[in-house]
Design a protein around this ligand. Structure first.
Ligand code: ATP
Ligand code: MG
Length: 296
């Protein structure tokens, strides 16, 4: 289902010299983000990888003002976001954040009420609201036959609930759409529909940031990759460059590569250089077979 709204401009969201620490009740400091500089653009899909506890969730919460960094600046199209009432709501309209397990935050009695929530108090007409709800639900491939006006979102399966929760953020038509572990716990079909949604959003110019441990799944979708290590950036570049530099992560205790990528490195060590941009097991298999045939 194509996205039905169009983007006018390119948007750039920058984090400049960001640092953020959590403090315990006793005042003990735990530094999570350190001198972080990174930018994200509309129309671009970026994967954020890194071991657990490296600050990925903290980082994306700075993108829509849920967390205000103690040091550094957040800039939207070159303008510093002010920390008060003027800056943050504007940022939240542009940057939509879907938390990990967003289905746990569902609270309305009907699917319609859940999805419409973010726009219910705007002066958009009821007919237009209904249209937007239907559009948001169809973007996530939610079964259109479901009676959204009477059925409770709590009657849905876990995967369907997640779709509804994602639609409730999509309805704001964010310019930057940030998803924290969107594929966690989903079956392959549901994961594919998340992939399709992300590609469709990119097509209409929306920027997408995916925080995930599911690197192989993400490699099929992302163009840019950001790797975090202890709250700092160790890599930020294109997927192609990431694939070229896999070796650098090989013996790194601060960033684990999935076994599929370790296999590529092992093949290369044995002088079997596979041309790979995104990870695709059948293409790798074909290339190995071709080499074998050449040798015979
Ligand atoms: N509300 C909080 N109060 C105190 N410390 C926190 C809080 N939230 C996160 N932390 C700590 O900050 C660090 C970074 O956490 P964060 O959730 O950003 O990591 P992450 O990369 O998203 O991890 P994961 O892959 O497990 O989701 C961790 O050490 C975590 O324990
Ligand atoms: Mg996290």
């Amino acid at each position: 289902m194509p996205v039905q709204y169009k983007r006018k401009d390119n948007m750039k969201l920058e984090l400049k010299d960001i640092a953020y620490s959590y403090y315990s009740i006793t005042g003990e400091e735990s530094s999570v983000l350190k001198d972080l500089n990174v930018d994200f653009h509309s129309g671009e899909i970026c994967g954020v990888f890194g071991k657990t506890g490296t600050g990925k969730t903290t980082l994306i919460q700075t993108l829509n003002g849920l967390i205000i960094p103690q040091t550094g600046q957040v800039l939207l199209d070159g303008e510093v976001i002010r920390k008060g009432k003027k800056g943050i709501p504007g940022l939240r309209r542009k940057v939509g954040l879907v938390f990990q397990y967003p289905e746990h935050q569902i609270f309305e009695e009907t699917i319609y009420n859940e999805v419409v929530y973010a726009i219910k108090d705007t002066d958009i007409s009821d007919a237009e609201k209904k249209k937007k709800v239907r559009n948001a639900l169809s973007l996530v491939n939610f079964n259109p036959d479901y009676d959204i006006f009477t059925r409770s979102p709590f009657e849905l399966s876990g995967g369907e609930e997640r779709k509804v929760a994602i639609a409730s953020v999509l309805i704001m038509e964010p310019e930057l759409f940030v998803l924290d572990e969107p594929s966690a716990g989903l079956d392959p079909v549901s994961r594919n529909s998340i992939s399709e949604l992300i590609r469709n959003l990119k097509k209409n110019g929306t920027g997408v940031i995916i925080v995930t441990h599911d690197i192989i799944w993400a490699l099929d979708i992302v163009e840019k990759i950001l790797v975090l290590k202890k709250g700092g950036v160790v890599f930020h570049g294109t997927r192609k460059d990431f694939m070229k530099r896999l070796n650098e992560f090989y013996n790194d205790d601060n960033f684990y590569l999935p076994e599929e990528l370790l296999l590529l490195i092992e093949l290369e060590k044995n002088n079997i250089n596979i041309e790979v941009d995104r990870f695709n097991i059948s293409s790798i298999y074909d290339q190995i077979i071709k080499r074998k045939k050449k040798k015979e």
